[in-house]
Every structure is written in structure tokens, then in C-alpha cells.
Design a protein around this ligand. Sequence first.
Ligand SMILES: [Zn+2]
Ligand SMILES: [Zn+2]
Length: 233
Amino acid sequence: MPRCLQCRQKFADPLTAVNFYRAPEILCEKCREGWKQCLLFKSKKHKNMDEEGYCKQCLKPLATHDTRCSECVKLSRRFTLIDHLYCEYQNKDIVKETMNRYRNSGDTALCEVIASQIHLPKKQYDFIVPIPSLIKEDMKRTFNPVTQVLNAKKVSYTNLLVKNRTTGSTAFQGKHNMKNLFDLTQAAHSFNLENKTILLVNDIYTTGVTEHQAAEILFVRKIGKVDVFTFVR
Ligand SMILES: [Zn+2]
Ligand SMILES: [Zn+2]
């Protein structure tokens, strides 16, 4: 009997004529159900972001008939807004617990769990770009939570961004002292980015400031469009 990568319990995964050709399950039914309960959109149809009741940019549920949430309105005063956030899961319950454990430990089993549950948008992008964390932070952790999952999913990506060492919080701190956390890498300068489409990838979407700061650096290079994919929000 296989052991669930999430809860380490043994579970039955009987082969039938129907599932014979699929990859073996790595999660027990309870854990699979737990992930399902955290889906932002319960049916596939809703993955199309034109759903009413959600902010078109960041997928935050809206109380009124607005099309953009108050956080995105606030972001739009400072940043060129990203085109769309793609995200499947709410950061709660089993998903939140998994993300916390994974970010603190880099546990490769949890990395595989996350990689198996998330799906990047089925669109063509010129560049898939992980949002970096401080190199120092990564060294302390000895892994980068975003690229480790992309590697597990065999998604090829380009490192166009580095994170500056000198800046601190990503919270709104007023217009004057909010410095951009990111810079372009050496490699980024050798690419022609004009009119290119980019998918930025981060692990958790919270205020949107990090993602918009990353996009801001790229918009300077006249890129065409930026979408963002995060594992959870
Ligand atoms: Zn389990
Ligand atoms: Zn929003």
C-alpha cells in the first residue's frame, strides 16, 4: 500500500480499468479532499477569470458589483497593474499548513505534494520568471520555495530578477519610502524583452505589492504583458 506524501498514512489505491493508465496517487483520499476544499473556484468553469463576484486582477471575492477590489485600486495608484493573477487555492486549512511547513523546511515530499496539486495557466509565455527571495534568505533555508516546485513540475524558467538586500517590508509604507525590492539580473540585460509576455511565479499572494514591484522592473523594459501565477492566495 502506498503512503500518503502529506500525512504519511498508508492508503489503498486500487488499480481498476478506469485508472490503470493514470499516475499513481500520492495523496490519500482525505488529503486530496482537504486540498479540494481549499479551491478558490469549485468548478473548472470558474477558472476562467471573467467570473462575476471576483476582482478581475487578484481574484479577491468582491462584496459589491465592482470589478476591481479596493486593494487593486490602491495598487493601481502606484503601479501598472498586472494583467491577471492565476491561482487555484486559498491559503487556509491543509493548504496553509502545507505551505508553512514547506516554506520552513523545504521538505521535498511536500514540494512534490504542492507540485502535484497546482497547474500553471495553459497559455504560452515568452518567459516564466520566478519571483526571487533574498539570496541570504534562501541560503538560510538552503532552497528557494518557488524554483524548487517549478523544478519538480519540470517547468523551465528564466531568472530575470534578483531581490535587493537593502530593503525590508513589502507593506504599504507610504509613497516615499517604499523602495523597489527587485533588480534585473545580468542575464535579463541580454534579452530583448520588448512586447514579450511574462508569467511571474510566486508562492503566496498577499498584498500584491511584491508581485507589482517585480512587474514594475519589467515594465521599464517595455514588456508587453505580465500575468502572475501563485500557488496560493
Ligand atoms: Zn494523507
Ligand atoms: Zn484585486
